[in-house]
Design a binder for this molecule. Structure first.
Ligand code: C6P
Length: 408
């Protein structure tokens, strides 16, 4: 039976159960943020309604309960990505925060003038600017791994850049938010290590689409955001290999990250707390645990089945519209479709189809260097997830036909 004709998970997402301006909600912007299943929403409500208290600080039932649930999420995340130790899981505000942490802590401390940081042409601004800031501070240089027309990283060029020497750090996304390309992380990590460089993986788009096994990938760092994996905003994760995290200095100072404080000298808490200064996003971390439970219940086999069906159906349907062009045709690609029409601005498309109840993202997708490579100011992006169905794609198709005839 086709999972996209009769989607078994849709009913778990309350946003989809309503009409907006009398129209069915067609949510095709999961790359920006995924919808939240009822169990994640319930967990947030439960914390604020019945279980509010701070963590790691109280010797009373409410605080101990919150601390237990908070720390349980760390175990769940460690298991989800197969970290070798729960202390390798650092809670951050999101992917962006995690990149900044490693840029300001690792790169600033262990790279020096003349060292090279490699990024790819596919990167999101969050995986460019923090490295640029750190590189400027220490006099390091950023170099760019080129891609081909399909939106795939050119491994030969990557090898050539590594062979030049001086490369100490590589940072690439697992999956491109703008094109959907799935990058060959394991191979890239092996190559980086063979040349004495570390590899950071921006997993913002990877975590909800692929089964991540950090030991198998052998990446040194892997970062992601809760809100792109059916969880809340305001929380994310930095995974780092224990020996690296141990030798890194703290990124921010404050409560919880210290051991002993005097005006003369402060010593720091052990991992993971060394990197978690101040009161964390407690409800969000706890609810992230529910999001992990949700993903485990569905399973990546089912996630792949639905997303593969959706991608194939949507690609064929959109390509049947005369004049529509798809950007990003990598062989290994997830359920993200960037597209456009010559002569019609993507913003006009999004505004018009919003009137039909359809939510897509348009713009540069926080990937201006990639847009420059594609030679477009912006694209339309439909990013599909496990709650989408065939009808969503049919409605997108109909709305795009209407837009086209409007401009003819
Ligand atoms: N991309 C999109 O619509 P934060 O904002 O920290 O949760 O995630 C930043 C980020 C980093 N890397 C990649 C590959 C991303 O896709 C994102 C977020 C959203 O594509 C919002 S710009």
């Amino acid at each position: 039976m086709s999972l996209i004709e009769n989607n078994p998970y849709r009913h778990e997402f309350p946003v989809l159960g309503q009409l907006i301006n009398g129209k069915k909600v067609v949510y095709l912007d999961s790359g920006a943020t995924t919808l939240k299943p009822q169990e994640v929403i319930n967990e947030i409500t439960r914390y604020y309604q019945l279980e509010t208290s701070n963590v790691h600080r109280g010797l009373y039932w409410l605080s101990e309960n919150a601390t237990t649930k908070f720390e349980k999420t760390r175990d769940k995340v460690a298991a989800l990505i197969n970290a070798s130790d729960r202390k390798e899981i650092i809670f951050t505000k999101g992917t962006t925060d995690a990149v900044n942490l490693v840029a300001q802590s690792y790169v600033r401390s262990f790279l020096k003038k003349g060292d090279v940081i490699l990024l790819s042409q596919l990167e999101h601004h969050s995986n460019i600017v923090p490295w640029q800031l750190a590189a400027e501070q220490i006099g390091a240089t950023i170099k760019v791994i080129p891609i081909n027309e399909a939106g795939e990283i050119l491994l030969t060029e990557y090898k050539n850049l590594l062979a030049l020497g001086d490369v100490k750090f590589v940072s690439v996304n697992h999956i491109s938010n703008a094109l959907g390309t799935i990058n060959p992380i394991r191979e890239m990590a092996q190559l980086a290590h063979a040349h004495g460089a570390l590899i950071f993986v921006d997993g913002a788009q990877g975590i909800a689409h692929e089964k991540v096994n950090v030991q198998n990938l052998d990446c040194d760092f892997y970062a992601f955001s809760g809100h792109k994996m059916f969880g809340p905003t305001g929380v994310g994760v930095l995974y780092g290999k224990m020996d690296l995290l141990n030798k890194m200095p703290p990124y921010q100072g404050g409560g919880d990250m210290i051991d002993v404080v005097t005006f003369e000298k402060t010593t720091y808490n052990d991992l993971p707390h060394k990197f978690e200064a101040g009161t964390p996003a407690i409800a969000e971390v706890i609810a992230l645990g529910s999001a992990v439970d949700f993903i485990n219940r569905i399973g990546f086999e089912n996630i792949h089945k639905i997303e593969t069906e959706l991608l194939e159906y949507a690609t064929n349907k959109l390509l049947s519209i005369p004049g529509l062009r798809i950007y990003g045709t990598a062989k290994n690609k997830t359920s993200v479709i960037s597209f456009g029409f010559d002569g019609i601005h993507p913003h006009d498309i999004a505004t018009l189809i919003d009137k039909e109840g359809i939510s897509i993202r348009t713009g540069h997708h926080c990937a201006q260097p990639l847009m420059k490579f594609l030679n477009v100011p912006a694209t339309c992006r439909a990013s599909l997830s496990i709650y989408n169905n065939k009808e969503d794609i049919d409605l997108l198709y109909k709305a795009l036909i209407k837009v086209k005839s409007f401009f003819e």
